[in-house]
Design a protein around this ligand. Sequence first.
Ligand SMILES: [Zn+2]
Length: 247
Amino acid sequence: MQIVTPGLVLREVKVGESDRILTIFTPGQGMITASAKGSLRLKSRLFSGCGLFCYSEFTLFAGRTMYQVDDAQVKRVFHGLSAGIEPMALAMYLAEIAQSLSPTGREAETGLRLLLNSLYLISEGQKDLRQIKAVYELRAVSEAGYLPQLLCCAGCNRYDGGDFYFDTDSGALLCADCAQKQDKRPNLDPAALVALRHICLVDDRKAFSFTLAPASLQRLCAVAEQYMMRCLDKPLKSMEFLKQVLP
Ligand SMILES: [Zn+2]
């Protein structure tokens, strides 16, 4: 059986002299594993389309244990990812989150779009990488079914005013007064709270469009990472390296 699908290469493992086993994120079937025979030969017609973070149109045959790549036509290459260590480290980290969540069905389509948008922004080099990281972490887990309860304080229904506490264990908000009753210190200032709601609740592409002062961005980043880690079932291998290059 043959399928033709767009897909983003999230992982490549070299096998033998010139073969690669790829993990490809597709909108219709989520993550798939495919063997790209001979794709590391410069003359191979699969060479460019099967590279890491290539977004290509794949023609695949279902084999006994995995798909075989028959053709790969490049749709998009994010050249800016290889412009430095930070962009590549962040891209690898986002790819690991995507594989860990491994969305299927409609969530695969939205998850892939979010990742493509993120890679595009990383590659362009115009936005703060920490902001892209925080947006991706929050959106990816929200779309995978872990949307936090951001409407109002879980204790008294207060919507805004002053600092808030975002409980990364439960995904609930508490105003400063209710937080104090539980011996918690607020971890969001008003601007960071607005950004948190914006990221989780607006449409796709708008999720990245906001600006925050450095102190607020730092708060947002801290809760985004903690919440994302709570939603995944195991730690991320790529996080340690990312922390070294993007502290
Ligand atoms: Zn309250």
